[in-house]
Design a protein around this ligand. Structure first.
Ligand SMILES: [Fe+2]
Ligand SMILES: [Fe+2]
Length: 271
């Protein structure tokens, strides 16, 4: 059985939580699940959580995350929508959406400072679909990390059950059991760390086993596993210094924080 079942959430800190919620929910059409006097829980249509906390409050202070990638219905429309909600162009060499193999893609930096990549994967020769009801985002695609040693990080994530999908030498992608992906980059422009992302979280069936495997592979356990709501949690650190939080979901009826059970495994968005 895979140690990693997939991606649970992305942690980020922002200067203004309500402004970030407005960008992601009113702007891009994601769903606000909860806003308390501390943070906000925003959910993609496929059940990945953006855990948005006030600046200076999150555990992970170095995530290595450079960007996250969201699959859209229409990259051009989503890009324009993001700009109209205060996002800016994040990569001067790509000031507008462009085609790459069977993808239409674009990068922006949100008003809070984190970078997002938008995708549309060509279907039936088309590069867009209609956006309905202001829902611009289809699903979560990948988390990108900057790492000092790509080969070492590939070995680490393969040891947790990820499968190397593409290796471009300057970067690579690894697929997780839920069909979502990790991108690793080293050196040069793509290693630039985006402001805001602090950690990301992986679903597992066994937090103790996942943490033990991290240690066996040369990573670090940052604390002892603990229970909180219907979750068992352990913060660890990978080979690139990235902070990963393992989530195990108890399905025994105890009060849930956000989900009673793990979101379903995804259909292959690349198929
Ligand atoms: Fe978290
Ligand atoms: Fe990416």
């Amino acid at each position: 059985m895979d140690i990693i079942k997939g991606i649970s959430h992305i942690g980020m800190v922002v200067p203004d939580v309500d402004a970030a919620v407005r960008f992601y929910c009113e702007g891009l059409g994601l769903t606000l699940k909860r806003r308390d006097n501390y943070n906000a829980i925003v959910i993609t249509p496929d059940g990945v959580i953006l855990e948005i906390s006030p600046d200076g409050t999150d555990k992970g202070d170095y995530s290595g995350i450079t960007h996250i990638c969201l699959n859209t219905y229409d990259v051009d429309a989503t890009f324009q929508r993001a700009l109209s909600y205060g996002a800016v162009i994040s990569r001067p060499e790509n000031p507008e959406p462009y085609n790459y193999n069977s993808l239409r893609m674009a990068f922006v930096r949100t008003p809070s400072g984190e970078e997002i990549e938008f995708w549309y994967i060509e279907k039936n020769g088309l590069l867009r679909e209609p956006v309905a009801d202001g829902k611009y985002i289809k699903n979560f695609v990948h988390v990108a990390l900057t790492v000092p040693d790509m080969k070492e990080c590939i070995r680490f994530y393969e040891g947790l059950g990820a499968v190397l999908k593409e290796d471009w030498e300057w970067g690579c992608s690894l697929r997780l059991a839920d069909m979502r992906e990790l991108e690793l980059f080293t050196g040069g422009y793509y290693s630039e760390k985006a402001y805001g992302y602090t950690h990301y979280s992986l679903l597992t069936d066994d937090v103790e086993r996942a943490a033990a495997q991290v240690e066996a592979l040369g990573g670090k356990k940052l604390e002892q596993p603990y229970d909180w709501s219907n979750l068992r949690i352990c913060f660890c650190q990978g080979m690139g210094g990235e902070v990963l939080e393992f989530f195990q979901m108890y399905e025994d009826g105890r009060a849930a924080d956000v989900f009673d059970k793990a979101p379903e495994t995804l259909p292959d968005v690349f198929a």
